[in-house]
Design a binder for this molecule. Structure first.
Ligand code: NJP
Length: 260
C-alpha cells in the first residue's frame, strides 16, 4: 500500500479490537500513528510495541465524548507529526444492551455522547487542520445497525444512523476542498463488542456463531484501502465489508468462502 507511506493518522478506540488492529496495520504500512483511547497504559504499551517493530507511533489518552480532549488530541497530532492525513473515528460502544423501557437514560445518553458526539468532535477539530493542508481522509466506523432495527440496541442503532448522516453531510460540506469522509460498515467482527452482544442474548446478532465474525485485521485492511485513491467512490457513503464485492475490492476472502 504505497499510498500510505509517510502519512500521519489518528486512530480513536485504539486500545483493542478494530482500532488496535488498524493502528498496527497502518503503522506496518509506513503511517505515523497517534493512538487514542481512555486506557492510557494500554495504548502506551501498544505504541511502544509498534515502535519496537520499526513503526512510528505514540499514544494520547482521550475520551472522545469530551470535546476539549479531542481538541487536545488533534493538537498533539499536529505537534508530533506536523500534519494530519487520516482520522479513523473508530471509538464506540454498545453497552449496556437493553430494551427501551429497561434502559438507563444516563447510559443511553452516554452511548450517543461517545458514538455520535465523539465522531462529531473528531470531524470538528480535524477538518480545519486538513483544510489548511489541502486535504485528508476521515473514516467513520459505521454499522449495519445504521439501517436496521435490532431489539435492545435502540441507543446503538440511533447512534450509527446519526454517524451515517454525519458522514454524508461532512462530505458535502468539504468535498470541494479536497477532503474525503467515508463510512465503513464492517459486518460482525470478533472483538470484545461481539462478546457483549453474545452475552446479552437479546436479538438475532447475539445468536450468531462466533465463527461467522471476521477478524479485526480484515477491517484494518479495509480502512487502509479506503485511505487510498479507491476510497474516492465511497466518500459520503458507507463501504460495506458484508458484501462479496466489498471484500473482493479489499482483497479479502469472499463472504461465502470463509474458513470454517
Ligand atoms: O469495539 P471494542 P470494536 N473515548 O469494544 C474505545 C464499530 N463496529 O473494536 O477507551 C475513547 O473492542 C475503547 O477504548 P477504551 C463499533 O461500533 C463494530 O468492535 O480504552 N475511546 C476501545 O478501544 C465501533 O465504532 C462491529 O475503553 C473509547 C474501543 O473504543 C468500532 O467498530 C460491527 C471510548 C472499542 O473497542 C470499534 O468496535 C460494526 C471513549 N469514550 C461496527 N469508549 C463489531 N465488532 O462487530 C470506548 O458494524 N472507546
Amino acid at each position: 500500500m504505497e499510498h500510505l507511506k509517510g502519512k500521519t493518522a489518528i486512530v480513536t478506540g485504539a486500545s483493542r479490537g478494530i482500532g488496535e488492529a488498524t493502528a498496527r496495520f497502518l503503522a506496518s504500512q509506513g503511517v505515523k500513528v497517534l493512538l487514542a483511547a481512555r486506557s492510557a497504559q494500554v495504548i502506551e504499551t501498544l505504541a511502544a510495541e509498534i515502535c519496537a517493530n520499526g513503526g512510528e507511533a505514540s499514544a494520547f489518552a482521550c475520551d472522545v465524548s469530551d470535546h476539549s480532549a479531542v481538541l487536545a488530541l488533534v493538537a498533539q497530532a499536529k505537534r508530533r507529526f506536523a500534519r494530519l492525513d487520516i482520522l479513523v473515528n473508530n471509538a464506540g460502544l454498545i453497552d449496556p444492551i437493553a430494551r427501551i423501557a429497561d434502559s438507563s437514560p444516563e447510559a443511553w445518553g452516554h452511548c450517543l455522547d461517545v458514538n455520535v458526539k465523539g465522531v462529531y468532535h473528531g470531524l470538528h477539530y480535524a477538518i480545519p487542520v486538513m483544510l489548511e493542508q489541502g486535504g485528508g481522509t476521515i473514516i467513520n466506523l459505521s454499522s449495519g445497525a445504521a439501517n436496521s432495527s435490532l431489539e435492545g440496541w435502540s441507543h446503538y442503532c440511533a447512534s450509527k444512523a446519526a454517524v451515517a448522516r454525519l458522514t454524508g453531510v461532512a462530505q458535502k460540506e468539504y468535498a470541494a476542498d479536497g477532503l474525503r469522509v467515508i463510512g465503513l460498515s464492517p459486518g460482525t467482527v470478533a472483538t470484545d463488542m461481539q462478546s457483549s452482544i453474545k452475552a446479552s442474548g437479546i436479538n438475532p446478532v447475539s445468536r450468531l456463531a462466533p465463527s461467522s465474525h471476521i477478524s479485526p485485521e480484515w477491517v484494518a485492511q479495509a480502512i487502509a484501502y479506503l485511505c487510498g485513491p479507491d476510497g474516492d467512490e465511497f466518500a459520503g457513503g458507507d463501504f460495506s465489508l458484508k458484501t462479496s464485492e466489498g471484500r473482493q475490492r479489499v482483497g479479502l476472502p469472499l463472504a461465502d468462502r470463509l474458513p470454517a
